[in-house]
Write a protein that binds this ligand. Structure first.
Ligand SMILES: Nc1ncnc2c1ncn2[C@@H]1O[C@H](COP(=O)(O)OP(=O)(O)OP(=O)(O)O)[C@@H](O)[C@H]1O
Ligand SMILES: [Mg+2]
Length: 606
């Protein structure tokens, strides 16, 4: 007999034959008749069920169960044979029916076949391997909350060197009381919990499932512990940066609005201070200037933290940045009786850096030092140092104070945005965060240390960068060497900013006119010659870019004598335009020294 080739059909044949051997054939009991003529066909009780079962299994499990069919076929043969022998009258067991014996043989053959194939053994093996290699910790507890099983991840998570089989859950999970409380409760549930592990504080997501027997009685619990520390950290960072991004958008607008009035306050305060000299009222003006400077610092810090801007690199004299930044805070330092000491390396080269951003860094560090010493008893000394590390092509500078110092535990946190230990109105927690952003954008390093004898030292290390390609950098402008009497056209639609620039430049002896937009500026330039143009970017009728392009054609001489004013809302496109043109930018809020430096630099150009 050839069996059908398809495993499903082959199996069907097997099942049918089992049924036939066991229950289908009955004897009619007429002695003497030919053996097979006495048989009648009748479906046994289980035949239908066997057929159904096989039909359900066959399509999906052909491959797996094909392997089982061979022992099946072998097992079916003996009862068949026994029945046939008995019916045909061949006396084997002294005339007795050998079928029951054949069934016993079948059982042995079938069991041996299954055992040899080990087919179903794979499933528990796979389940075990899965649980052993899972990243999640798995614990099985019995009804008394004792550990029955634990996988390696759970052991690592709980810092256990061996499997605590038999130990109570309260002991094994001592650091996670919230998980224990739920685990003994008996309901299916899940929770997040924080606790200490041998590798530091961690956050777990625990799932608890009751294990019930067939009668529905609770026999224990299954605990699955996922370590979600990193995921939560990433989520927090994402939330933080999303928060910052939306804040940044809002602030870009606000900052733009604030920069103009701030320019006016700082600018006029500077001019007034110069006028007053030591006259009464000078101290008040200093206070106004200091407060406005703090406002400006908050705005700039916020903007640098919220959207990191690539540094606009030029040749920069680090020593000068240090001196100027301290000078800008001289008044507050003096009020607090702080002695300032400089120890600046004489051999420092110019470095490729954004002088404006570096000044922001130093001012933040000096402001922090001054605030730290203000709270502190004892001597108040600010030490500003710079050095060249010629071997590594790096310039370092540091700002040290005699305040209380920064506790080691806080040293990584102080760089986080909004982290502050100061009361509202004194600190916004953005200073060091902005500093780090700027220093890292310069491929530099910023770190905190201790000053011998107490106090904090903040050290900044910056690469020197490519040697300067132009003689753009200049030393401090000495009053006696000022180029005066130049005709300068200021173009700004904001009258307060325009007037302030006019006053600052006039104080240096320049002859200044103000135009309200690019179109008016072109008209004026057509009527009279000018030596320099300072123009805002956003203006009605003709904006700064338009004015520059037209002027570049009409009066190429002025291409080198042009300055853009910026209020920090320049689009990427505008920035690219400015980069291409090489026109320097005067950032708002500007101060008299910055204006003078830039203007004198351009006037010195041939
Ligand atoms: N020189 C220092 N001495 C002691 N603690 C300091 C020093 N510099 C910074 N810190 C600590 O670091 C924290 C963060 O400083 P950061 O400059 O980022 O923010 P802030 O000074 O609090 O506020 P902001 O700079 O925005 O006005 C401070 O609140 C302070 O606790
Ligand atoms: Mg600060």
């Amino acid at each position: 007999m050839t069996l059908p080739a398809a495993p499903g059909l082959r199996g069907l044949a097997v099942v049918l034959s089992v049924t036939v051997a066991a229950v289908v054939w009955r004897r009619r009991g007429q002695p003497g008749a030919a053996p097979f003529a006495l048989l009648m066909l009748a479906a046994g009780e289980w035949a239908g069920l066997a057929l159904l079962e096989h039909a359900a299994l066959a399509p999906g499990t052909k491959v797996v169960f094909a392997a089982l069919e061979y022992p099946g076929i072998m097992a079916v043969a003996p009862p068949w044979l026994g029945t046939a022998l008995y019916l045909s009258g061949v006396g084997v067991l002294g005339g007795a029916d050998p079928t029951p014996l054949a069934f016993a043989l079948t059982g042995v053959v079938f069991a041996a076949g299954l055992f040899r194939r080990r087919l179903f053994d794979l499933v528990p093996v796979a389940r075990h391997a899965l649980i052993e290699s899972m990243a999640d910790g798995v614990l099985v507890l019995d009804a008394e909350h004792r550990v029955l099983d634990i996988n390696p991840s759970a052991r690592a998570l709980l810092g256990l060197s061996s499997a605590p089989i038999g130990a109570r859950a309260e002991v094994v999970l001592a650091a996670w009381p919230a998980v224990v409380a739920l685990a003994v409760g008996g309901e299916a549930t899940e929770t997040d919990a924080q606790g200490e592990t041998p590798t530091g504080p961690r956050e777990l997501h625990a799932r608890i499932m009751p294990l019930r027997d067939a009668g529905g009685r609770s026999r224990g619990r299954l605990l699955v512990l996922g370590d979600v520390t990193e995921r939560r950290r990433t989520e927090d960072a994402l939330r933080q940066s999303e928060k910052l991004a939306s804040l940044a958008q809002l602030l870009a607008g606000v900052a733009h609005e604030l920069n103009n009035p701030l320019s006016v306050v700082i600018g006029h305060a500077t001019l007034l201070r110069r006028e007053l000299g030591n006259a009464p009222g000078a101290a008040r003006v200093e206070r106004i200037a200091a407060a406005a400077e703090r406002c400006a610092r908050i705005v700039t810090n916020f903007l640098s933290v919220a959207r990191r801007r690539a540094p606009e690199r030029a040749s920069t004299d680090v020593n000068r940045v240090l001196r100027e930044a301290v000078a800008l805070l001289a008044y507050q330092l003096e009020l607090d009786n702080v002695t300032v000491l400089f120890d600046l390396g004489a051999d420092l080269p110019l470095i490729r850096a954004d002088g404006h951003q570096l000044q922001q860094v130093v001012m933040n560090l000096v402001a922090n030092a001054q605030q730290a010493m203000g709270e502190h008893e004892g001597s108040r000394q600010l030490l500003v140092t710079s050095r060249l590390d010629a071997g590594r092509g790096r310039v370092t500078f540091s700002v040290a104070d005699t305040g209380p110092g920064i506790p080691i535990a806080l040293r990584s946190r102080v760089f986080e945005p909004f982290f502050t230990t100061k009361p509202v109105g004194i600190g916004s927690g953005l200073g060091l965060s902005a500093c780090r952003g700027i220093v890292e954008a310069h491929e530099g390093v910023i770190e905190i240390g201790d000053r011998p004898g107490g106090g904090a030292v903040v050290r900044v290390e910056l690469p020197v960068g490519e040697p300067p390609t132009s003689a753009a950098a200049t030393g401090p402008v000495v009053e006696a060497e000022l180029i005066r009497g130049q005709r300068i056209l200021v173009v700004d639609d904001e009258p307060t900013a325009g007037d302030l620039l006019r006053e600052m430049l006039e104080a240096d002896g320049q002859r200044v006119e103000v135009a309200a937009h690019g179109k008016a500026a072109l008209d004026r330039l057509a009527e009279a010659p000018f030596d320099l143009v300072i123009s805002d970017f956003k203006m009605p009728l003709l904006d700064g870019a338009g004015l520059y392009s037209q002027l570049a054609m009409r009066e190429p001489r002025l291409r080198e004598r042009f300055i853009f004013l910026s209020g920090d809302t320049l689009s990427a496109e505008t920035r690219r335009f400015i980069e291409r043109s090489g026109v320097p930018i005067l950032e708002k809020p500007f101060d008299a020294a910055g204006v003078r430096r830039l203007v004198q630099r351009l006037l010195r150009r041939a």
